[in-house]
Each structure stands twice: as C-alpha cells, then as structure tokens.
Design a protein around this ligand. Sequence first.
Ligand code: FE2
Length: 292
Amino acid sequence: MVPDTAKSAPASALAVKPLSSVGAAEVEGIDLSQDLDPAEVAAVLAAIAGNPVLIFRNQRLSKDRQARFSGCFGELEGHIARLSDGRTFPTVHTLTNLGADGSLINMDVARLNWFWHTDKSYHAVPAFVTILHAVEVPPSGGDTQFSDARMAYDALTPGMKARIDGLRAVHDWVASRINSGTSPATAEQRRTRPPVSHPLVRTHPDTGRKSLYLGVHVSHIEGLPQAESAALLAELTDHIGQERFIYTHGWRKGDVVMWDNRCLLHRALPNYEIARHPRVLNRTVVVGTRPR
Ligand SMILES: [Fe+2]
C-alpha cells in the first residue's frame, strides 16, 4: 500500500498539452513510478482516446515499476523475436543498439522497426498500447515517428475509401521478416504464429473512428491478384508516410511514450550514429482486442 503522501497527483491535476495536430500530447502532473489510483488510470485512458501518443517527461521507472504501470491497462505480452543467444525477451524487454562492452549488437530485430508497422498485428489479438521508457538516448536522432492512421484514412478520396471498404489484409511474421530483409522466421515461429487476417480499415473500439491498418507485417490483401495487392499496399503505405500525418518524437532521457496501436503506425528512424551512441529503451506491450 502506498501512503497518500507518496502518491502521484490526483487525476484532476493531469495536464494534457497537445504537441501537434497529429494526436500527440505531453502529459504533466503524474509520477508513473507510483501506484496509480483508478481515477488516474481513467484519466490516462481518456487522454489517449483523444491523443493516441502520450508523452510523460522526466520519469524514473525501474523495470518492475514499468510493468506495474503498464499492467494498469491490461495484460502484458512477451515478444515473438529471440535475443541473439536464443533466449526469449522478458515481459519488460530492453531495446538497445550497444552491448555491455560498447560494441554494436545484432540489429536484426531493430531493423524491422525501421519500417512502418503496428505492434503485434501478426497476432489474431494485436497490441493495444506500447510503452517505451528512454533510459539512454543519443545526442541527436534516434527518433520514433508516428503516423495517425485515422487522419490518413479520412484524407483518402471517396473512390479509394469505396475500393478498400471490406478488404482484409493478411499479417504474417514470416512475411514481415521477408519485407524487412531480416533473418527468416524460425520453424518454431512459423508453427506458433500462423498468418492472420485483419480488416484493412479498422474501427476504433472506443472512439468509433476508422483508420488504415497495415504495415510491414502484411503479406497481401485477401482476394486480390498479387500484383494488384502489392500496388495497393505500396500506394497506401506511401499515403500514410506523408508529413501531414506524422508526429516525430525526439527522445529525451526519462521520457515515457505510450501509444495506441489501434489507430497509429510507427517506425524508428536510424538517423543517429548507431555504432557510437547508446539508445536504450525499455518496452512493454499491452494486449488489445480483435480488430473489427
Ligand atoms: Fe513497434
């Protein structure tokens, strides 16, 4: 039990300050290292419903505290990928470019993140929120970009909206590895992660807004000839990559960024000296609901 004096500010003290027109906001007045009460959890959920990228500055979270904060929003999920020595990722896993001796580690997993995607879309029940805590950041670059897939959908022509209405895309870990040029999926991953199909236009379960749901994990669109499917995916990916839909987050040490995978795509930018500067982020993922 956390004594009242040590608790973070009441929910009414939360200040949500939009950073851009692309659904990103900075949240002040909350210490994520302390237990949140139900009103604070509700306030964070209300904030993310309106601003699908939330930024909490100057946070100091142990891995245990990050797991505790993340668990306020649902069940935590592990990672399909394996560390370079074959071990599984822990529930709170660390994204890093440099090993303990300062040398560049295997960037195979990280490379996949350089492509637009939405977390865990290769699962039948993909991610709700992902939470990253910046432990070490490079002096410049190493940004994460978010594309607001609601805005991107809204901006489509009526003709394109009619064309993609009702289409379903197949998301597949095997295809994801191929699309990103990373090491092939293992036999175990093929067995445990069969391809899944999701609507190409997803309706947000809380807000009812439609958004595009695609990314590097997609192999093809069901029912279309391969060439037509590839061309349509390329056109929509170009569309969501337009500057007008994007918020670029420049990391500061201590940032916690929490985003809603149900209406955003994101990617990491390799725009820093990867072999020289550490970029260390602790990551948790909360399970969502089946896309509709
Ligand atoms: Fe991701």
